[in-house]
Design a binder for this molecule. Structure first.
Ligand code: ZN
Ligand code: ZN
Length: 422
């Protein structure tokens, strides 16, 4: 018996679960009549997936196709798989996903896995398996980062995940606490989640409009262990909350979401940065990250835990050592204020300013939908088989917007939006 064994089902509040499913379909995806839906989820999340399917068909969905993953099967691979099998990945499946997205299928991913599922496995094999998977996933990832179709991530209170977050609580209580945290962060606590998201989207829009009006050349982050100048891509555009996919559908890709974000210039980040939260990456925990950038590239990387997985990650390809996203999140965000560490990027990245290594979002350019890969690269957009966010914000972080002539404006002070930044 280990902590990952499936445990007796714990009931999750049906009402709020149903609101979350409805929110994912109506606001997250804004699924259109006749549109197909591809759903990925952990096995345990079936109760949420079933409700999503009901709301999707009620919204007029064409075909809803769920794909479930089982942590026990993942562990079986690491414990019993042949060594040379760790460089393999189901490329055929990701090719098919690419085809589905080309046919205007929407994508919904339910997260809820054990963030430390692979913590006890051989880091060399974990690194190889992650690399093979990231590369094979390219056909699907490309279409998501290009924002071809409406997509959404939403969370299920997985039992192993809850156990990691609340190790001292009895199991049912831990799941209930995580469920409460997910429902609160996803804004499905009130009577009108759809209305709450409308107001929230307007607030995020105001922030990104301000950043776009300023059109900074770089952002300067300063805090404990951090003195980092992040160059912004030429013609970058800040986004946040609801946005329009290339298929014309306005969706909210992440539930929850508290960030405004854009594309850094792949060759113009300089200095040192220390992570402010641990990063859970594909079942491994990487903690105490400290890196140094020169001309946009990581030239030194350390971690107090998981350094080998971090090195393998940066090593995935040329673009994996460069930035593909920079995002601003105030310390007053509800997720930060909950004081919880989720060990899950969907939540933790919405509690703190963050940067992402790897692939950029080509939508984060003015007229991004019309640019081809060459034009995006010429403007400084990065390309990679990975996109991994990690947190660099806290109540101690200051951010200045820096114009090309060197003049500066305060953007964040002590982890909050500066008074003029609105
Ligand atoms: Zn982000
Ligand atoms: Zn990201």
């Amino acid at each position: 018996m280990n902590t990952h064994q499936t445990v007796a089902a714990v009931s999750v509040d049906e009402n709020r679960l149903d609101r979350l499913a409805e929110l994912a379909v109506r606001v997250g995806l804004n699924l259109q009549p006749g549109q197909d839906l591809l759903l990925t989820a952990p096995l345990e999340a079936a109760p949420l997936v079933r409700r999503i399917a009901i709301h999707a068909y009620q919204a007029g969905a064409g075909l809803v196709t769920p794909l479930f993953a089982d942590p026990e099967v993942t562990l079986a691979r690491f414990r019993h798989g042949a060594d040379d099998a760790f460089d393999r990945a189901p490329g055929w499946l990701y090719d098919a996903m690419g085809k589905a997205f080309d046919a205007n299928t929407a994508r919904l991913a339910v997260v809820g896995d054990d963030p430390m599922l692979l913590a006890g496995e051989d880091p060399e094999k974990v690194g190889r398996a992650n690399k093979a998977n990231s590369i094979a996933y390219t056909p699907a990832r490309e279409r998501i980062t290009r924002f071809d179709i409406n997509w959404n991530l939403v969370a299920w209170p997985g039992s192993a995940w809850a156990g990691r977050m609340f190790p001292k609580l009895p199991h049912a209580e831990a799941v209930a606490r995580l469920a409460d945290a997910i429902f609160a962060a996803s804004r499905v606590d009130g009577d009108d989640p759809v209305g709450a998201w409308k107001a929230h989207n307007a607030a995020l829009r105001a922030r990104s409009d301000w950043m776009n009006a300023k059109s900074f050349h770089s952002l300067h982050f300063r805090g404990p262990g951090t003195d980092l100048m992040v160059g912004l891509a030429d013609g970058h555009e800040w986004m946040g909350g609801a946005s329009v996919a290339r298929n014309g559908i306005t969706c909210n890709p992440n539930i929850p979401s508290e960030e405004v974000f854009t594309t850094p210039h792949a060759a113009r980040t300089e200095g040192v940065v220390a992570a402010t939260k641990p990063l859970s990456h594909m079942g491994s925990l990487i903690d105490g990250i400290r890196v140094r950038f020169e001309s946009g590239r990581i030239v030194e990387a350390h971690a107090s835990r998981g350094e080998e997985v971090l090195r393998k990650l940066i090593d995935t390809d040329e673009g994996a050592a460069r930035l593909g996203e920079v995002a601003l999140v105030p310390n007053g965000s509800p997720i930060a204020q909950s004081g919880l560490l989720f060990y899950n990027t969907l939540f933790d990245e919405n509690a703190a300013c963050h940067i992402a290594l790897g692939q950029c979002y080509s939508k984060c350019f003015r007229d991004g939908a019309r640019l081809d890969a060459g034009e995006i690269a010429a403007r400084g957009g990065n390309t990679s088989a990975i996109h991994v966010d990690w947190m660099i914000g806290s109540a101690d972080i200051d951010v200045d917007g820096v114009h090309a002539d060197g003049s500066r404006l305060p953007v964040f002070r002590k982890g909050e939006w500066a008074p003029d930044a609105r």
